[in-house]
Design a protein around this ligand. Structure first.
Ligand code: CU
Length: 143
């Protein structure tokens, strides 16, 4: 009996994990929505810890988990070689930072060298909108 309930719990957890990874319905992007960097500027030279300010037009910012039409939250992509998959929740990694409290700026600390930065808006489930509201990729040189 104990073994059986352990197995059912395992199946339940596996089911939940699979559901999380599976494709979720994507939120349509509001017409003309645009995300961009207020700072730093593309090509800027910055110190090892620098401020990044996120700009958003044509839609609003809301925390993750909050269901308000025409809103989303920011994700900062740092040095990603490939764009993340757009039909599922964005993973939380050092290279994909979530601002699920609705933050519109952050401090980033990176080692010296060139780094690419890009902003990507996600919906309440951290899934990119359809079509993706994604910024230009900018490059900064950390001194
Ligand atoms: Cu997120």
């Amino acid at each position: 009996m104990r073994t059986l309930s352990f197995l059912s719990l395992g199946a339940l957890l596996l089911g939940a994990a699979t559901a999380t990874l599976a494709a979720l319905p994507r939120t349509p992007a509001p017409e003309g929505a645009q995300v961009y960097f207020i700072e730093p500027a593309d090509g800027a030279a910055v110190g090892q810890t620098f401020t990044v300010k996120f700009g958003l037009k044509g839609m609003g910012v809301a925390p993750a988990g909050v269901d308000v039409p025409a809103t989303g939250h920011h994700h900062l992509l740092i040095g990603l070689a490939e764009q993340p998959e757009m039909d599922r929740p964005l993973p939380m990694t050092d290279s994909i930072r979530h601002f699920g409290k609705g933050q519109t700026e952050t401090q980033v600390t990176l080692p010296p060298g060139k780094h690419t930065l890009q902003l990507l808006v996600g919906d309440k489930n951290h899934v990119p909108l359809e079509p993706p509201v994604i910024s230009q990729s900018i490059t900064v040189t950390v001194k």
